[in-house]
Design a protein around this ligand. Sequence first.
Ligand code: SF4
Length: 467
Amino acid sequence: MKKEELKLVSEQIIELKNKNEHFFIMNGRRKTYHILTYGCQMNEHDSEKIAGMLTSIGYEETYDDKNADLVIFNTCLIRENAELKVFGKLGEVKGLKRNKPDMLVAVCGCMMQKKEIREKLLKSFSFVDIIFGTNTIHELPGLIYNVEINNKKSVDIIDNTELIYENMPKNRKFKFKALVNITYGCNNFCTYCVVPYVRGREKSREPIEIINEVKALAQDGCKEITLLGQNVNSYGSNLENKFTFAQLLYELNKIDGIERIRFMTSHPKDLSDDLIKAIKECDKVCNHVHLPVQAGSNDVLRRMNRKYTKEHYLEIVDKLKTAIPDIAITTDIIVGFPGETEEDFLETIDIVKKVQYDSAFTFLYSLREGTKAAVMDNQIPDEVKHERFNKLLDVLYEIVLNKNEQCIGKVFPVLVESLSKTENTLTGRTEHFRLVHFNGSEDLIGKIVNVKITNVKTFHMEGITVD
Ligand code: SF4
């Protein structure tokens, strides 16, 4: 795999930094940026890299999008909803920019990888100054330079690349937990999904780069890492010197200071016996696997191009539960895929009951232009999708609540993440990814504390700290 080091030392970058320093001296404040992030954890982590680069050229973050000097939309294409939200918000920013013409507006992320959407943006939102894609994040300082110094609109998109840019600066959202990319892109071409088209083919980072990043995080006080990839289980398959995901877990498990290792997402077709063994043997690897099933019917799975059957999936779940009896299994489910019959849907209900998921992300099938599923016959009417969706939630919620109820009276180590939004309590997660609210002082944030569960709801549990 080809690798490039990012060098933020070009003359352009230095000139931009000097310009921003001058702005600071003249105005008594730094130029500010505000990033709106849509979609998945991959995008969240990309936004941390964007923020890191902006800091390195003299910007500082503001939560006030109305007064920011630079507003960046990091977009998502997975669901129609996210796309509509971006266009709605861009409409608002158009008004802001009219009153504040110096404000720079940039749009990046998966939506910008699609030519038709880019063209729509350039035509209908001509006030946007910078457009870049998922493969050109590292170019951002140069793109800003182009607008600020050369007064030119900047568009930089690469459809697919083998290059991986290491050592990009990052402004991590949390000190005690971090997202770490291990692969980029995807080779699986599930028929409903745009990811392989917008993020390119799968490429793995060299193990040494990941290990060094995690060591540096540990030295910086990070306790929990989440390894990110569209399909972490196939990590290493395209490296020159083969290295498996299981091997990577064993290596990361040795790093002092790291207390929890999570990963997502796992593709069932690549979840090997070696990986199950690694999850069992590595004490820092959380006993939690997010294993998207998507559907329970073999016919639907085949048309989704998922490359496993219901029986194969259940076999993996059985192996996981046998090897690691307290494993938590969560999933993604799509309801209303084209051609899904009532019998197919009942197969989904059946697999949900058989696996007894600890939680699930459930989605109504959303047609995405450019995918094979978009042109399949028998698109399911919305009312049928909604009816099935509600039936699925009834079954799922009962299972999840029941699983949570089994936690009452038990004590779990919880990594304290923040103050709870709705009540004056702390909030954190157990190893099994269960959300827990409990009383405690703010100085516990970032620490792992023991919490005894006293009450549970479907989406969270409540408890008290114990020694
Ligand atoms: S595995 Fe399938 S659903 Fe996941 S990113 Fe790849 S193509 Fe999309």
